[in-house]
Design a protein around this ligand. Structure first.
Ligand SMILES: [Zn+2]
Length: 434
């Protein structure tokens, strides 16, 4: 049964023009019986004062109260025009918050979008909290999220652009792995957009949709060493300096270490690395920056490299990685240049195919590597956003639909949400109306 309503329930419900007549808790959810307080209403056609013609109940979901889903039963008034000559016979009340045939109030839809978008919560969890189905909740995210994402002001005016690839769909039965290209504002650390695919074409198409003045303000672009990206950027942003930052360069060097280690293990043992193999035991430590290892760890690396391989090939790859890190750590461009020569010399001398290949790649990108020192720009913000992207993917248990995926990513990493600030609980004592 409904309890008798109160001013308190009306105050908590807090929807303009509504009075809560009754409330009850049933099956773990709140039912609120609400009505508007309107008594005097004119006919929308002729303006004559309308007369009441009964009520009609509609039901919608609203914001949860104290963690419980809420059903609002609105007993809508039906009005009648008393003027026999008027074309309008009867009509029922309307309210901005409760659209005809809506299953959720407007404010509930906005909140669902905010929790999924800004909060990064899963659609399923938010839907359950509001007592609606997944599709209804996702509908609210699309309805309120799309205008936020489509807002042209969202792209701002970045002076530095970061480009990176992340995977969208893993390879599966009858399906290849699908990559997406992310565009990041390196000034504000905001994800500008994602586009399906990883190619120069993707970058060109995206840049072609931008206004000329937007393109002209970009003077640095940070990329991973992928020729397609660089060519497209040189093509569409001829004034911008292209940088290959340390994240990506060191990732290449780490790949060279891994490749060398696997090859040496296979050659020596005739199988892949196993738990007790010396090289396998240090496979992760080898990828850590040397100065971040403590003395014991450094000694262990050296010892296991000495016992684990006869020709010092993994050690050479490790040294190459450290020398490349020195290049990036250089504080002046001229120092970086001379350290780069040291790195080349070490790789060329080493006779390790993986090191030579690494040196060849870095030589091909030398200008972009050294541009890191002249611009001081790195893809650090992009790496941070990649972590958020992974989080959204995990929360969503993977995505099949690219449009939904893009919306979720941009709502989480590409939209500035306006959140009202609340005061701390302690030390604040409003005067309650008893
Ligand atoms: Zn009328």
């Amino acid at each position: 049964m409904f309890d008798h309503g109160s001013d308190g329930a009306t105050a908590l419900f807090d929807m303009d023009g509504f009075v809560v007549r009754a409330q009850m808790l049933e099956d773990g959810e709140w039912w609120l019986l609400v009505e508007t307080a309107a008594e005097v209403v004119g006919c929308p056609s002729c303006g004559v004062r309308a007369t009441g013609h009964g009520r009609r109940a509609v039901e919608v979901r609203d914001l949860p109260i104290m963690g419980r889903p809420v059903r609002v039963v609105w007993r809508k008034r039906v009005w009648r025009c008393p003027d026999g000559d008027c074309g309008r016979k009867t009509w029922s009340e309307t309210h901005d918050e409760i659209a005809p045939r809506a299953s959720l109030t407007r404010r509930a839809r906005v909140e669902i979008c905010r929790r999924v978008g800004q909060g990064g919560d899963s659609v399923a969890a938010v839907a359950a909290g509001f007592g609606v189905g997944w599709h209804t909740a996702m509908g609210a995210v699309v309805e309120h999220g799309t205008p936020l994402v489509d807002d042209p002001g969202r792209l701002g005016a970045p002076s530095a652009l970061g480009l990176d690839e992340t995977s969208f769909l893993r390879a599966g039965p009858g399906r290849r792995r699908q990559m997406i290209t992310g565009f990041v504002d390196l000034d504000r650390h905001v994800l500008l957009d994602v586009a399906p695919g990883r190619s120069g074409r993707v970058v060109r198409d995206w840049l072609d949709q931008r206004h000329r003045s937007w393109l002209e303000q970009v003077d640095v672009a940070v990329v991973d060493p992928f020729r397609g990206y660089a060519t497209a950027l040189a093509d569409r942003l001829p004034e911008a300096m292209i940088v290959v930052d340390h994240f990506h360069a060191i990732r290449l060097a780490n790949a060279a270490i891994d490749d060398t280690r696997r090859r040496v293990q296979q050659a020596m043992l005739g199988h892949r690395g196993r738990k007790h193999d010396p090289l396998y035991r240090i496979r992760r430590t080898l990828l850590v920056a040397h100065e971040r290892l403590d003395d014991t760890q450094q000694e262990r690396v050296v010892r296991l490299l000495l016992t684990g391989e006869p020709h010092g090939e993994v050690a050479a790859a490790y040294l190459a990685k450290e020398l490349l890190r020195e290049v990036y750590a250089a504080r002046r461009p001229s120092w970086a240049r001379s350290r780069l020569r040291k790195f080349y010399a070490q790789c060329d001398r080493s006779n390790v195919p993986e090191c030579r290949r690494l040196a060849k790649t870095i030589r091909a990108w030398e200008a972009e590597v050294l541009a890191f020192h002249t611009t001081g720009r790195s893809n650090g913000p992009t790496e941070g956003i990649n972590l958020l992207i992974k989080k959204i993917k995990r929360v969503g248990h993977g995505f099949r639909n690219f449009t939904n995926y893009r919306l979720r990513l941009l709502l989480h990493c590409g939209v500035q949400w306006q959140t009202p600030r609340t005061a701390r609980v302690r030390g604040r004592q409003p005067r309650f109306a008893a």
